[in-house]
Design a protein around this ligand. Sequence first.
Ligand SMILES: [Mg+2]
Length: 176
Amino acid sequence: MHNRKTIALDMDGVLANNLDHYLNYYHQETGIQLTDADVLGLPEGECVPDKTAVRRYIGSEGFFRTLPVAKDAQEVVKELHDRYDVFVVSAAMEFPWSLREKRDWLAEYFPFISWHNIVFCGHKHIIHTDYLIDDHVKNLLTFKGKGLMFNSFHNINEHRFERLQDWKDVHRYFQG
Ligand SMILES: [Mg+2]
């Protein structure tokens, strides 16, 4: 067991579909329904016309607890969990109120991941797993193992890391 390879999984934008949540919040607030095409290539924090909105949504109670789970994530993570040491690594300290919500969210959608394998941290450069799957290049740049970029609307112009398009693609990558 101890010689299994280790994989760190980011939460926001990887296990969870943050974009759908931002767009739903924005729709509820304004009545305007933006589409994925409207936000393609925009920075995450400025993906809706009101540049203060995302920060406000993230800061509101319940945001992290009600995030939609990413398509196919549960099935693929369960499979990875059978063959690798899977860790969830989330830079949660900037939003300390999110800690309980993130923990409860993981218990609901990924109950097979033990609390031993959940790391809520500040900077991710202290993480020394074999792999890191993350949607933000800043986290991959300081990572010493194999960094894999999870496709997201805000990172489409970034080409320094191998890109995984979705969870089906993660499954394909780790199949071999
Ligand atoms: Mg993320």
